[in-house]
Design a protein around this ligand. Structure first.
Ligand SMILES: NC(=O)c1ccc[n+]([C@@H]2O[C@H](COP(=O)([O-])OP(=O)(O)OC[C@H]3O[C@@H](n4cnc5c(N)ncnc54)[C@H](OP(=O)(O)O)[C@@H]3O)[C@@H](O)[C@H]2O)c1
Length: 274
């Protein structure tokens, strides 16, 4: 497996996602993912499954120090005192005394960014969090966060798949030593059956999902998340480190980007995208 180094954080290049995954599925799939070799788990306060993620990790037999665990603070917990309390609650549910990465889940809020970045730094200084980051930020907000933060910002977790052009955000992240963590890699299932992706997959004896995940982790400074409730899919989605896409294939996948390719865009939470 690859590791992405970003401002001091060593992030396993593929993380197991748990969005829209009820507790029972988490209890089945997170242990299965860890057994398959995943060492990066992504959850969030709003997913309502931190307790099951924590239970799964604690019972997995894999050392906590070998797992890169991310959670995200929800927007209604951005006020300083609520923020600190919510992180303590997350740690309790996750059955751990630290997370490897803590993110601000979405940018839009009436709470000043300085207060939120200050709270991220405070929990980091307290040892509750190893690294801090943001999610769904545009480049202006990324720059503001970097300027406001004492500790380095290690990632911006954003929607990224072949139908969306994220070059502007990627360039900005690379310039400040940050990584990009891709979510919605499957573009809500749309990459499956895409003729161009299918052709590249056939040339490598791989699936469309494997090609897209490989395309993501083969980009400098890019980490990808992958979610599935199927063990066989989880195994295949992790099996992306034994082949390489050519420069032409990488470019062909980039060329699938469309102007209206963005899927996740909640008006009450999202910024003005780049
Ligand atoms: N920061 C944010 O705002 C944000 C937003 C969205 C997501 N995320 C994070 O990113 C993670 C990944 O995003 P996502 O949940 O949308 O997942 P995804 O990895 O893009 O997968 C989306 C869907 O594709 C299906 N799938 C997975 N592997 C497949 C394969 N090999 N062949 C065919 N279909 C496949 C899965 O269905 P089955 O489960 O039925 O297999 C899954 O529901 C989330 O779980 C979450 O941790 C963060």
């Amino acid at each position: 497996m690859f590791t992405v180094n970003a401002n001091g954080a060593k992030i396993p290049a593929i993380g197991f996602g748990t969005f829209r995954m009820p507790g029972a599925d988490v209890l089945r799939m997170v242990p299965a993912a860890l057994k398959l070799g995943y060492r990066h788990i992504d959850t969030a306060q709003i997913y309502g499954n931190e307790a099951e993620v924590g239970e799964s990790i604690a019972a997995s037999g894999v050392a906590r120090s070998d797992i890169f665990l991310t959670t995200k603070v929800w927007v209604d917990k951005y006020r300083h005192d609520d923020f600190i309390k919510s992180v303590d609650e997350s740690l309790k549910k996750l059955k751990t005394d630290y997370v490897d990465l803590l993110l601000l889940h979405w940018p839009k809020s009436t709470v000043p960014l300085a207060e939120r970045i200050g709270a991220l730094n405070e929990v980091r200084d307290a040892g509750k969090v190893r690294h801090i980051g943001v999610s769904n930020f545009n480049t202006a907000l990324m720059a503001e966060s970097v300027a406001l933060s004492k500790a380095p910002i290690v990632t911006n977790q954003i929607e990224y798949h072949p139908y969306i052009d994220q070059r502007i955000v990627l360039d900005a992240a690379r310039k400040s030593g940050m990584s990009i963590t891709a979510y919605y890699a499957m573009a809500d299932g749309k990459v499956i059956g895409d003729p161009a992706i299918k052709a590249i997959a056939a040339a490598h004896g791989k699936s469309e999902a494997q090609v897209v995940l490989r395309w993501l982790v083969q980009q400098d400074g890019v980490v990808t998340l992958s979610k599935t409730v199927g063990e066989e899919r989880a195994r295949r989605n992790f099996d992306i480190f034994d082949f390489e896409l050519s420069a032409g294939e990488m470019q062909a996948l980039h060329a699938l980007a469309k102007l209206n390719g963005r899927i996740v865009n909640p008006v009450n939470l999202a910024p003005q995208w780049d």
